[in-house]
Design a protein around this ligand. Structure first.
Ligand code: NAD
Length: 478
């Protein structure tokens, strides 16, 4: 049974220095589930000091030993799959069926990948008389959001620690349970004290204390673009490296060579994909760009797809859409649905209010707008809920122009009968990861954003290198 009252610092469960706490609310019942301590700068100081103390020993340890710890942590998480999936389902609203695979299975897989990538990485190479070394950057502050809480923490901690860095994790106050489990598992597998530390708290206090800390060498952040900008400002005071995985408004482009069946399948898959985790997904493809002549067919298929979706209790095994994570998230999504209507977009499915028959939980109706114009808020801003905007395009060039005309650039999709043509369009998108005809899964593919979707990449060798400094040692000739 996980206890939530303490921080994990220097290999021990440590009481907080203040008695302020933060309530964590069940998205299904709207009741408080448990409270976590609201960390202060003093708590962050202790965690950073532990990470700093552990750094010399950890960074000098053989990479295979570091990789082995990751594999053991993966096993420890796997043993707790049901409990983690259930807690995250309550915190975020994701269906427990999906949570087992994505919220727990994916991080387990990524721990193994990070172990393999780190274990086979050439940390030192030669260029003539020059030795090029890649050394761990040092103490890393990891700040994570609530939508995929374990996955996002693992993306940072696995790659940072296998690189030889030590870390302090500040998880989201909305969904902190996974961070406690991660600490529990790190403790159980005997990870050396101070390598992984965890402090809960709000962003403006614990988060900024970590970001501004002179003994933190790097901040790896995933969250909103607004918080990413503030973190960049605070980090500037100590010129530390900052990597940012921020929001998105990704486009899913359907080209005009698809036959009707392939087009309908891509629309239906596009609607369902954009609703993953009730749309609380940074890389969700929330703009569906279709040839103008097929706007009507896209609307019909989208409406039929939404009508088939099962919205309800995440603990019913066949539920596809649960509630949103919080009341504020629900209200924000409702405001966007109202703004789409006020701006004159065509409402194809859903709309304001809760789904019929549901009177508790932070639910919204899965919603599709059509004929959305590029200037509308619902075409430009990240909604972070199950709201899809269908937009007409007049050919490949026009589709690329619409897709790129937003502040974000995280992900995207292109569908066509001619894969080469789709790949040519993908090359023109300002986005960090584009799936062509659905793509195929690659756990080592770099993930990250162009423009205001962030800086830096996670996963695979690119993700590892974010946590490394480069040193040249110039030897004398001969
Ligand atoms: P958020 O920015 O509100 O919070 C994220 C984390 O940052 C939390 O731990 C929070 O406490 C902390 N934080 C907030 N302000 C801070 C500050 N001034 N200094 C330090 N820390 C601060 O985001 P959220 O609502 O938890 O998550 C949703 C957002 O995350 C969406 O915009 C989504 O697109 C983005 N996201 C991006 C990715 C990606 O990989 N690009 C992945 C998932 C989520």
């Amino acid at each position: 049974m996980t206890t939530y009252g303490r921080f994990y610092i220097d290999g021990s469960w440590v009481p907080p220095t203040s008695d302020h706490t933060l309530d964590v609310v069940d998205s299904i019942t709207e009741q408080v589930m448990y409270s976590v301590p609201a960390g202060m700068a003093t708590d962050v100081d202790a965690a950073v000091s532990a990470a700093r103390g552990a750094l010399p020993g950890w960074s000098a340890s053989p990479v295979e030993i570091r990789a082995d710890y990751l594999r053991k942590i993966a096993d420890g998480i796997a043993k707790r799959t049901e409990a983690i999936a259930a807690a995250i389902a309550r915190e975020t609203g994701m269906s427990v069926t999906a949570a087992r695979m994505i919220q727990v299975g994916l991080p387990i897989h990524n721990l193994g990948t990070a172990a393999a990538v780190g274990g086979s990485y050439a940390f030192e190479s030669r260029r003539g008389t020059t030795v090029i070394r890649r050394e761990p950057i040092g103490v890393v502050g990891c700040i994570t959001p609530w939508n995929y809480p374990l996955h996002q923490a693992v993306a940072k901690i696995a790659y940072a620690t296998v690189a030889g860095c030590t870390v302090v994790l500040k998880p989201s106050e909305v969904a902190p349970s996974a961070a406690f489990v991660l600490a529990e598992v790190a403790d159980e597998v005997g990870l050396p004290a101070g390598v992984f530390n965890m402090v809960t708290g709000v962003g403006a206090v614990a988060g900024e204390a970590l970001v501004g800390h002179p003994d933190v060498d790097m901040v790896s952040f995933t969250g909103s673009t607004a918080a990413g900008k503030q973190i960049t400002r605070v980090a500037a005071g100590t010129v530390k490296r900052v990597t940012l995985e921020l929001g998105g408004k990704s486009a899913n482009i359907l080209l005009d060579d698809l036959d009707d069946d392939a087009f309908a399948a891509a629309v239906s898959g596009g609607v369902q994909g954009s609703y993953l985790n009730s749309g609380q997904t940074c890389a969700a493809q929330t703009r569906l760009l279709v040839p103008r002549a097929r706007l009507g067919l896209a609307e019909q298929v989208a409406a039929a797809t939404v009508a088939q979706l099962k919205v309800g209790d995440p603990f019913d095994e066949d539920t596809q859409l649960g509630p949103l994570a919080s009341a504020s998230q629900r209200d924000r999504v409702q405001d966007y649905i109202n703004s789409g209507i006020a701006d004159g977009a065509t409402l194809v499915a859903g709309g304001p209010g809760a789904p019929t028959g549901i009177d508790k939980g932070f639910y919204v109706r899965p919603t599709v707008f059509s004929d959305v114009q590029p200037g509308m808020s619902i075409a430009q801003e990240e909604i972070f809920g199950p709201v899809l905007s269908i937009m007409p395009h007049d050919g490949d060039d026009h589709a690329v122009e619409i897709a790129n005309a937003v502040a974000y650039g995280l992900a995207g999709g292109v569908w066509a009968t001619d894969t080469d043509r789709a790949a040519a369009v993908a090359r023109r998108l300002q986005a960090g990861q584009v799936l062509v005809n659905g793509g195929s899964y690659d756990p080592e593919a770099p993930f990250g954003g162009y423009k205001q979707s962030g800086n830096g990449r996670e996963f695979g060798p690119f993700g590892l290198e974010e946590f490394l400094e480069v040193k040249s040692i110039l030897l004398p000739a001969g």
